[in-house]
Design a protein around this ligand. Structure first.
Ligand code: ASP
Length: 440
């Protein structure tokens, strides 16, 4: 019987208390296809609360500094103890906590300490659901440099989960070849969820959080922005690169690669359909022209001008090499016949600014070399742009009506986004003007 399979990942706030655990159980009970759960560590219950992961990092820091970490550890004990007691669970929590305490005191590394947040939450959740618990260190592998080993992981995990038994796999960590625990970067349970989805060939990867999906723009800039009901992985990649964040960036690859859709859902509002992220979506006439807007402040544009640059072979390479030498990656490189501009983060440029100018002058022998700071980059993303003419015209008219000076334009060859550079002081107004033009 080939039934559907859904992998669910629940974020920290979705599993922050016994009440949240109950919601999670209800959600799982609503669809028998939901057979795999990847939990985060308990997150914030209210805005001033502290995430268990942060408390664990703090315990580690204090232990390393030879300071007392009892107070923080007691808070961790209390968080889990409350969940266990309120739900009447029998999991061997105290013994597990004592062992973790001993290891922290004995100098365990930061990754081990941080990973225990997910480990303990997974243990409690498995007990509460009556599901199997599979420790992530047995199924998620990193190489000796700490790089995630996707193929080994996939083979081992596939074999261990092949029996279809409902299973809890804690998020965020795995193990190194020598058996030590290693974590992904912060927010990495999203990645674990995607990895499990790939291994069990899920029909969907549901990522349950505390918002009902992605918004078209940052709500701190645009009032009540609309929700995005569907978005492609490529669009999302552009938006998250530009700063929109709900999902860990690396969580897209395992599922994108094998064509599994991700759905962002809200644990506190399970009726809401959320945002569907898939590999390809039909570009129907009803698709809105733009899917979302995101951006960043604080870029610098290094502009190099030189007559007859176009005839000089290797000019661009020599210029870019200078940035590479200083470990700076460039964001954009709009160019003209006799000029190129390299857009880089001002923060990355700052420590080597003078040397870079000297090196650039040396290798390119420019007529003029200028740096323009305080620039923002804003990406307007939409798969609907391809089929709607006049999008760029509308975007620039809206900006011009708002009296915003466009300092840079870059439209990717995929026609998936239009990127504009404006002065930092125009950042918010630009996003508002573009949103108003396309969304209303
Ligand atoms: N608990 C970890 C963090 O706070 C990982 C996660 O929640 O995804 O970053």
């Amino acid at each position: 019987m080939a039934t559907k399979t859904i992998v669910t990942k629940f974020g920290g706030s979705s599993l922050a208390s016994a009440e949240q655990f109950r919601k999670v159980k209800d959600i799982l009970g609503m669809d028998s296809a939901r057979r795999y759960v990847v939990p985060s560590a308990p997150g914030k219950r209210f805005p001033e609360d502290t995430k268990v992961t942060d408390l664990l990092y703090r315990c580690h820091r204090k232990a390393q500094a030879g300071e007392d970490f009892e107070e923080d550890f007691d808070r961790i004990r209390a968080r889990y103890g409350e969940i266990r007691d309120e739900l009447g669970l029998k999991a061997e929590l105290d013994a597990a906590l004592d062992k973790i305490h001993r290891k922290i005191a004995a100098g365990a590394d930061a990754d081990y300490c941080a990973s225990r947040g997910e480990f303990l939450n997974g243990m409690l959740l498995a007990d509460f659901l009556g599901w199997r618990f599979l420790d992530a260190e047995k199924v998620i592998f990193f190489d000796e440099r700490g790089v995630f080993d996707s193929e080994k992981t996939n083979v081992v995990m596939m074999a261990l989960l092949a029996d279809g038994v409902p299973t809890v796999v804690p998020g965020f960590y795995g193990s190194l070849p020598d058996g030590r625990v290693h974590t992904f970067s912060r927010g990495g349970s999203d990645i674990t969820g995607a990895i499990v989805s790939r291994a069990v060939r899920a029909d969907a990867y549901e990522n349950w959080t505390d918002v009902s999906g992605f918004l078209m723009a940052d709500p701190r800039i645009v009032q009540n922005p609309r929700e995005i009901s569907a978005i492609t992985y490529a669009e999302l990649r552009e938006l998250s690169y530009m700063g929109a964040s709900v999902l860990h960036e690396d969580a897209m690859f395992p599922v994108h690669k094998v064509g599994i859709p991700t759905i962002i859902r809200n644990t506190n509002n399970p009726q809401h359909p959320g945002t569907l992220i898939s590999q390809s979506l039909p570009v129907e006439p009803t698709v809105p022209t733009i899917t979302g807007i995101a951006g960043h402040k604080n870029f610098s544009v290094v502009a190099i001008e030189k007559a007859m640059m176009n005839a000089e072979l290797g000019f661009g390479r020599r210029a870019l090499q200078v940035f590479e030498e200083y470990g700076i990656s460039f964001e954009h490189m709009p160019s003209g016949i006799d000029s190129i501009s390299v857009v880089v983060s001002s923060e990355a440029l700052a420590p080597h600014r003078e040397e870079i100018v000297r090196r650039l002058a040396d290798v390119t022998q420019p007529d003029v070399l200028t740096i323009h700071d305080n620039m923002s980059i804003i990406a307007t993303v939409g798969r609907g742009m391809v089929s709607n003419c006049g999008t760029a015209a509308r975007l620039f008219s809206a900006m011009s009506r708002a009296g915003i000076n466009v300092r840079m334009i870059d439209q990717g060859s995929s026609e998936l986004s239009i990127i504009v550079g404006v002065d930092d002081q125009d950042f918010e107004r630009t996003i508002q003007a573009i949103y108003a033009e396309f969304v209303g």
